[in-house]
Design a protein around this ligand. Sequence first.
Ligand SMILES: [Zn+2]
Length: 225
Amino acid sequence: MGRLRWQVAAAAAVGLAVALEALPSVLRWLRAGRRRRRREVLFFPSQVTCTEALLQAPGGAGPPGAPAGCPCSLPHGESSLSRLLCALLAARASLELCLFAFSSPQLGRAVQLLHQRGVRVRVVTDCDYMALNGSQIGLLRKAGIQVRHDQDLGYMHHKFAIVDRKVLITGSLNWTTQAIQNNRENVLILEDEEYVRLFLEEFERIWEEFNPTKYTFFPQKKRSH
Ligand SMILES: [Zn+2]
């Protein structure tokens, strides 16, 4: 009887040791299961809010509150634009942008900020829109960001971004103040391996197709007139 009790105690001790050994990985597994992958939809037009707190925060997206001494008279709360900025400013390694129109100064500043922080930024855009007044593309190029564009008859009409090869941002929104403040638009923010992979593949395909070494000096567009 005494021996049996000893055996039970020994088995319990071994069980406890094994359980303790496995505890960290079990906790990790539980935490991973509980952490919901990001799924968010933003609707526009966005309320006009101050985005200085986000764009001035060193090293990352700051709280949506007012930065110290912000002299502006705009509300300092959250908006669809501030949430879009947050999703972009979360980038730590890479940002792919595939955008028909890009003239929003706030989004332009966010992209430049990421570039300054060492995030690898690549931009694909439409050659017609990028030449218009107010386009951010020239500023991005001046800042040293890689930009490629089409030379086709059809528009490069995508509006998507990929953050850190992990989060896809896509929808109807052109990155213009006009669209952000006036249009009814939607933007999905998805943390989804499969969609990110498909959009990245398409980005790489377009990126190669728009390689400047493949440009011709007399593109179809000019000849067709
Ligand atoms: Zn402000």
